[in-house]
Design a protein around this ligand. Structure first.
Ligand code: BEZ
Ligand code: FE
Length: 294
């Protein structure tokens, strides 16, 4: 028996036998990861005592999850999202100093090459939905404006679909844009009020949510990636606090600090300045970037 061996496998010594077999792992990090994963996995199996059929069901579920993945659909990320693991990894990797804006999940609908637009542009290209103007400032943790910050924004339309989900129905790059701040750190653009929508729920993850008595909806939100030199990149959303799903986001992405105020304005003079025809929604939200880690 080699030094790395630990006897034959038994129910009692299962963790030690498997872990010592991995003793020659090529990386110290991999060795630690496998030690922890083995310990937790065996602990779960010992507590649950699955039947052979239940274990096969679990394997077939993961198999279907893999088969559902394509170049444009990642069912494993969706699984991680609905289990709260994506938000946990995000939280661990984005601990922010006091006063800095909080992050949340990126999601699958970001498009890398959205057009850079002049400040104030209307990102709603098909004019469907309730008009909305969004504004605010990009600040540092001392409250000073950040010039040359680049905001990449995207959102679902008033029916809860992203442009990439409705190719040929919505114009390309509908409800997306990139904006760059001037010296005052101010940003503003026009859009339409987004609506809640279901995460892709026609695959194994959707079936799992159904079996758990859970709905697949995300509350209405706008996505932002904000980059500026000398600062940590912020991947975040702002949410409509009056959304029916605000307390039960399917992917656990809501944080108190990300709730924005969506005010309905009836100022017709302002509406006409903005190119709107009647009432419109007004949202104002500042973002505070954390300094880059040296
Ligand atoms: C999104 O907000 O776009 C999203 C996030 C996680 C899963 C599905 C969609
Ligand atoms: Fe989204």
């Amino acid at each position: 028996m080699g030094a790395e061996e630990n006897g034959y496998f038994t129910e009692e010594n299962s963790v030690d036998v498997v872990t010592s077999r991995n003793g020659g792992a090529k990386s110290a990090r991999l060795k630690v990861i496998m030690e922890v994963v083995t310990r937790k996995l065996h602990e779960a199996v010992k507590e649950l005592e699955p039947t052979q059929e239940e274990w096969m069901d679990a394997i077939l579920f993961l198999t279907r999850t893999g088969h559902t993945c394509t170049d444009w659909r990642q069912e494993f990320i969706l699984l991680s999202d609905v289990l709260g693991v994506s938000m946990l990894v995000d939280a661990i990797n984005n601990r922010k100093p006091t006063g800095a804006s909080e992050s949340t999940v990126l999601g699958p609908f970001h498009v890398a090459d959205a057009p850079e637009l002049p400040m104030g542009a209307n990102i709603c290209l098909d004019h469907k939905g309730e008009d909305m103007v969004i504004s605010g400032r990009i600040l540092d943790t001392d409250g000073k404006p950040i010039a040359n910050a680049v905001l990449d924004v995207w959102q679902a339309n008033d029916e809860g679909f992203y442009d990439v989900q409705q190719q040929g129905i919505q114009p390309d790059f509908n409800l997306r844009g990139v904006f760059r701040t001037g010296k005052d750190g101010h940003y503003w653009f026009r859009a339409v009020k987004p609506k809640y929508y279901p995460i892709p729920d026609d695959g194994p993850v959707g079936q799992m949510l159904g079996a758990l008595g859970r709905h697949p909806f995300r509350p209405a939100h706008l996505h932002y990636i904000i980059k500026a030199e000398g600062f940590e990149t912020l991947v975040t959303h702002i949410f409509d606090p009056d959304d029916p799903y605000i307390h039960s986001d399917a992917v656990f992405g809501v944080k108190e600090s990300l709730l924005a105020e969506f005010k309905l304005a009836a100022d017709l003079a302002r509406a006409s300045e903005l190119g709107f025809e009647g009432k419109f929604w007004q949202v104002e939200h500042d973002f505070v970037l954390a300094p880059a880690k040296s």
